[in-house]
Each structure stands twice: as structure tokens, then as C-alpha cells.
Design a protein around this ligand. Structure first.
Ligand SMILES: Cc1cc2nc3c(=O)[nH]c(=O)nc-3n(C[C@H](O)[C@H](O)[C@H](O)COP(=O)(O)OP(=O)(O)OC[C@H]3O[C@@H](n4cnc5c(N)ncnc54)[C@H](O)[C@@H]3O)c2cc1C
Length: 264
């Protein structure tokens, strides 16, 4: 690990001031991705801005037809939140299948969504529910937020502060996980929302993407059988030591059927 300085602000305003003062400063939330990168000297920040003391970034609120989750809310808190469990059980289920208990006790939704790892879980719920990503500067629709592998619409120094999830009529999530890391091999999130049916695939490609053929099929007939015959093309999907692109393509259909069954 290279040497770095360390700051622990107690407000979003102070954190943003620190992050915009130096392009090589980095925010740290749960540290589940950033700390291993620092240990392997893959990253050399001048200083870290630890967000963990900022109370306004924590917690879950249900207001009207949406649930707002603060960026610093840990996976275990989403998993156990009564508001999430009653309004969007698929999101609580997703949080419960992230990594292991140690990771869920430290990792945060803001860190996960800002990082946009192709094998992460949350991006598919954010896109699948048509959520809004809130930052210190603006509100970004999920459809405009995820821009490819580890790339988002966030600008340098911009802080993700919360995610607003509209409450769906139905939603479900199924994931085939890597048995060692528990990261996603292929996941599918399905939702019946006010704006229509959304089907989002994570883990299979370089970034999350909507499976429009399955969306059309489920709009006509919401049942696992409706997606059973739809094959995902393997072109452009990830291929690595854990699984070929063809295997991942096959899993998209299998996970989609399970996600619809999970949604009920
Ligand atoms: C063994 C292991 C298994 C895992 N398995 C899974 C899994 O199955 N599914 C899954 O989805 N994830 C998994 N993860 C990832 C983990 O769940 C965390 O969500 C992820 O590491 C990022 O969250 P964090 O809070 O730790 O972010 P950090 O590591 O603190 O930060 C990650 C990146 O996001 C930036 N950042 C952090 N917070 C903000 C913010 N509020 N605004 C802007 N930028 C910000 C940081 O600067 C950094 O670049 C796993 C991790 C480990 C170590």
C-alpha cells in the first residue's frame, strides 16, 4: 500500500469540498473494493475521504410510492430493513445474497453502485426498477447512469448520496453466483413497474443491460414460461475462467425464469 492522508468529514458539503480540491483524492465507504485495490497498489490516492461519519448518507425511508436508500446504507441494513422487506422484497433478497456476512456488514449500496462492477448485484435492481440516482449535484435516471464496465455518469469528485427506488407491482431476482467469491456469474432482475415490464441482466456482459425480448414477452404473459424459449445471444458476453460466453447466455434464460417465479 502506498502512503496516503486520511480525512473523515461529518457532512456531505465537507466531503465534496475535499474531493473537489484534489483530482487524486478518493472517497471510501465500506472499503470492500477500494481497500484490496490499495493493498495491491492498483490505486494511489493523495488522500482518502472516509464517508462513514456522515449521518445524512445513512438509512432507509419509505415515502409515498418510493423507497429511498442512503448511499452509506450497508447491505446488511437493506437486507434487514422492514421498509425494504415490505415494499420491495426482491431488493432485500438481493442484498441478502451479496458476498458473505463480512462483506454485507461493511459494503454499502453507494459504493457498489458508484463502482459499477459488471459482477455486482445492485446495478440490476437500480436499472430494473427504473430508480433515480441522487448525487450532491443532480438526479440521474438509472437508464442514463450505467455506462459500461466500472463506468458511470458520475463526474470526478461527484458524490452519490442516495438511490430512490419506485415501489413496483412485482419484482424478483435470481443469481447464479461464483461459489468462491459469491460475485454474480449471471443475474436477472425482473420488475412490473408503473412504466412497464423491465428485465435487466447483470454479470453476463461488460455492464448491466435490458433484455427487451423478455420484456415484451412478460408484458404479454407474466409467467416463467413466457421467457423459457427466449435465448440470449452470446456475442459480446463475458468469457473467462469461470464460464464461457455461451454458458452465460444459457444462464440468462434459466435465471430469468427463476426471477419471474421469485416475483410471483
Ligand atoms: C469477497 C467479496 C465478495 C463480494 N461479493 C459481492 C457480491 O456477491 N455481489 C456484489 O454486488 N458485490 C460483492 N462484493 C462487493 C461489495 O459488496 C461492495 O459493494 C463493493 O465492494 C463496493 O462497496 P463499498 O461500500 O465497499 O465501496 P468502497 O470499496 O469504499 O468504494 C468503491 C468505489 O466507489 C467509490 N465510492 C464509494 N462510495 C461512493 C459514493 N457515495 N459516491 C461516489 N463514489 C463512491 C470509491 O471511491 C471507490 O472507487 C464483494 C466484495 C468482496 C471483498
Amino acid at each position: 500500500m502506498y502512503d496516503f492522508d486520511y480525512h473523515k468529514p461529518s457532512s456531505v458539503a465537507d466531503a465534496v469540498k475535499l474531493l473537489s480540491a484534489d483530482p487524486d483524492a478518493r472517497a471510501i465507504s465500506g472499503g470492500q473494493t477500494l481497500l484490496p485495490a490499495l493493498k495491491h497498489r492498483l490505486n494511489r490516492p493523495t488522500y482518502l475521504v472516509d464517508l462513514s461519519g456522515i449521518a445524512e448518507l445513512k438509512g432507509v425511508k419509505r415515502e409515498g410510492d418510493k423507497v429511498t436508500v442512503g448511499a452509506l446504507t450497508r447491505h446488511i441494513e437493506v437486507q434487514n430493513s422492514p421498509e425494504v422487506k415490505s415494499a420491495i422484497p426482491a431488493l432485500a433478497h438481493m442484498a441478502a445474497v451479496i458476498g458473505d456476512i463480512q462483506v454485507r456488514n461493511r459494503g454499502t449500496i453507494g459504493g457498489s453502485v458508484a463502482n459499477n462492477d459488471p459482477a455486482a448485484d445492485y446495478p440490476s435492481a437500480v436499472l430494473g426498477l427504473g430508480a433515480t440516482v441522487v448525487t450532491d449535484k443532480r438526479r440521474i435516471a438509472a437508464d442514463d447512469f450505467f455506462q459500461g464496465m466500472f463506468t458511470t455518469a458520475l463526474e470526478p469528485g461527484e458524490l452519490l448520496t442516495a438511490i430512490e427506488f419506485p415501489i413496483p407491482e412485482k419484482a424478483g431476482y435470481a443469481k447464479m453466483r461464483n461459489p468462491a467469491s459469491r460475485y454474480v456469474m449471471v443475474g436477472v432482475f425482473v420488475a412490473k413497474t408503473k412504466g412497464g415490464v423491465r428485465v435487466v441482466v447483470n454479470g453476463a456482459g461488460p455492464g448491466v443491460f435490458r433484455q427487451t425480448e423478455m420484456e415484451q414477452a412478460l408484458s404479454a404473459n407474466w409467467s416463467p414460461d413466457a421467457v423459457a424459449g427466449i435465448k440470449q445471444a452470446s456475442e459480446g458476453l463475458n468469457s473467462d475462467i469461470h464460464g464461457s460466453a455461451e454458458y452465460r447466455a444459457h444462464l440468462v434464460t434459466v435465471m430469468a425464469k427463476r426471477a419471474v417465479a421469485d416475483a410471483g
